[in-house]
Each structure stands twice: as C-alpha cells, then as structure tokens.
Write a protein that binds this ligand. Structure first.
Ligand code: NAP
Length: 296
C-alpha cells in the first residue's frame, strides 16, 4: 500500500494529504480547484489527470469532500473512480455523509471486489495539519486492520465501529454533540456579556468547572476575538445537522436539542455566515441580545 490517491484538498484534506506525503507515501492527488494542490505538488505529490488514472494507479484512494452529492459523483459517477477500480483496491471516504451513502458505496464497490471504509473524522483544521485526527470507521474489520498505518499517519486514534455506515452514524452523533455544546457556550457567553461580566474572565473561571468543554476551549477564543476564519464552516455544520436530524427521524430517536441547533445553524447560514467558522453562530446571539444591559 505505497501509492495513495487523495481527492479533496480543502481545509481538512490538504492537511491530511500533506501528512501522508510527509510520511513517504507516493501521492496522486486531485482537487476541483487545482491551485489548492500547489503545496502538495511542491512536496512531491502528482496531480492526477483524471479519476481513471488514479483508479488505475493507486492502492488506496481517500476522499475528503464537502457532502454526499460530491462524494457520489466522484466515486460512482460516469467518470468516477468506480469505472476503473480494480479488485483488491481500498477506497476510504473521510467526508461527513449519511450512513445510507456509506452503505451504498460499500455495496457498489463490493460488486467490483473493491473494499470500502467510511472513516469520518473528529478534529478540525489544526488537527488535520498536526496529524491528530480521530477516525471512526465502518466497513470490514479486515480492511480496517490493513489501513491502521494510514490512520496512524493522519490521526491519534482510530476505532473500528462495525459494518458499513457505522462510522458515518457515529460522526453524525458526534457533531450533534458538538453543535449542542456550541449553543451552550454561546448562551452562557450571551448572558455574561449582557450582564456586564467580562467574557474572558468568565471563560477563565469556567475552565475548571462542569461548564467547560472542548468546544468552549477551542471556540471561545475565536468568538471573543471575532475571528470568523473557517476551521469548520457554518455551512458544513448545517449540512451535518440536516443529516443528523434525518437519521434520528428515521431511527425514531427524539432529539429536541439537535432540532434547535439545526434551526440556529440554518439561521446563521441564512444570515450570510455560511462561509464563516461555525462559531459565527454567536453573531446571531449578539444580534438577538441587542447590545449590553446599559443599552450599548
Ligand atoms: P472544505 O474546505 O469546504 O473542502 C471541501 C472539498 O470538497 C474541497 O476539496 C472542494 O473542492 C470539494 N468540493 C466541493 N464541491 C465540489 C464539487 N462539486 N466537485 C468536486 N469537489 C467539490 O471542507 P472541509 O472543512 O475540508 O470538510 C471536508 C469534509 O470533512 C466535509 O464533509 C466536512 O463536513 C468534514 N469535516 C470537516 C471538519 C472541519 O473541521 N473542517 C471536521 C470533520 C469533518 P474546491 O477546493 O474546488 O472547492
């Protein structure tokens, strides 16, 4: 497994692919916007002319794309990877997609003798860059075992969760928790800001208490600095929560807090913050709170 294909060099994929290259893997990369591959090419990666070339040459192919539609197009489309895929190859999708999409991909590739894993990730842009992502993996155990070295190169933990779709199910559950946690942070901050308490001091004081969370640790500094540069865009979180709402509905699981989080994300995107970091939800709370207690 020396030659890796990597499709999707966005915020996450660029860091992941760079770590594979750094570890010495031969890398055949592709991105819709070719300029985003420049750094990788400078590090010795080759830009694939098309998916057929990648499918002919790579032992393992990763995708890290925005959403289900792009993953399906790139992997199963008329010009997609599946058209030239060969028995024995492995395809790994790390995008956040519906478990149904993961199961469909598993079944379609199985018809060609190709193994498929859904392996979405925890962590954000800094973790992709540092190689400290967490992989939650669905598919065949044996395929997972063969890929642990690749996960090690890009992550700090990798957990096999069960058959195809298990990774995607876990990822949607995980982002449900992240989004609710973000709303909790936003509401606490909105209260202290309006109540005249210094929000930096508030974050300091909660850091040892039950109100602290990984989301508070990573997103409070962005919120307080009004740094909206996207590590994870509000648009993608809105997409993920839509998938989570759909999944919970299908499973018959009541998720009232998820429903609320989805609506707040929808409003955030509708207000024009889709391309901003997900922490831009706080801009909505700023508007709703309408300034500080003394009217400023
Ligand atoms: P991103 O920076 O927006 O990158 C999206 C990628 O998808 C880019 O390579 C983009 O190509 C490609 N793409 C979009 N539309 C396409 C199309 N029609 N055809 C071909 N390629 C297309 O997003 P990201 O933050 O890296 O996220 C990638 C995936 O990981 C998403 O599923 C996201 O939910 C998930 N995820 C993100 C994070 C995070 O913190 N950012 C964490 C965990 C999981 P271009 O460069 O040409 O636009």
């Amino acid at each position: 497994m020396n030659k890796i294909g990597f499709i999707g060099l966005g915020i996450m994929g660029s860091g992941m692919a760079a770590n594979l290259r750094k570890a010495g893997y031969e890398l055949l990369a592709w991105n819709r916007t070719k300029a985003k591959a420049d750094n990788l090419i400078a590090q010795g990666a080759v830009f694939a002319r098309n998916f057929a070339e990648m499918a002919r040459e790579a032992d393992v192919i990763f995708t890290m794309l925005a959403a289900d539609a792009q993953v399906l197009e790139v992997l199963l489309g008329d010009q997609g990877i599946i058209q030239a895929a060969k028995p024995g190859q492995i395809v790994i999708d790390s995008s956040t997609v519906s478990p149904d999409t993961s199961r469909l991909l598993y079944a379609k590739f199985a018809e060609k003798g190709v193994s498929f894993l859904d392996a979405p990730v925890t962590g954000s842009a800094p973790h992709a860059k540092e190689g400290t992502l967490g992989f939650m993996v669905g598919g065949d155990r044996e395929t997972f075992d063969r890929c642990t070295e690749l996960f090690r190169t890009m992550g700090k933990n990798w957990v096999y969760l069960g058959p195809a779709g298990s990774g995607s199910t876990a990822k949607l559950a995980s982002n449900t928790m992240v989004a609710i946690s973000l709303l909790a942070l936003a509401e606490g901050l909105a209260i202290v800001e309006k109540g005249g308490v210094n929000p930096e001091d508030f974050i300091k004081v909660i850091s040892n208490g039950g109100a602290n969370s990984r989301v508070a640790e990573t997103k409070a500094p962005k919120i307080l600095n009004r740094d909206m540069s996207a590590e994870f865009s509000a648009a993608l979180m809105n997409k993920d929560l839509g998938l989570a709402v759909e999944l919970a509905g299908r499973l018959g699981v009541a998720t009232p807090a998820l429903g609320l989080a989805k609506q707040v994300l929808q409003m955030t995107v509708g207000r024009g913050f889709g391309g901003a970091d997900v922490s831009a939800v706080y801009e909505m709370y700023r508007e709703w709170a309408g300034g500080t207690e003394n009217g400023t």
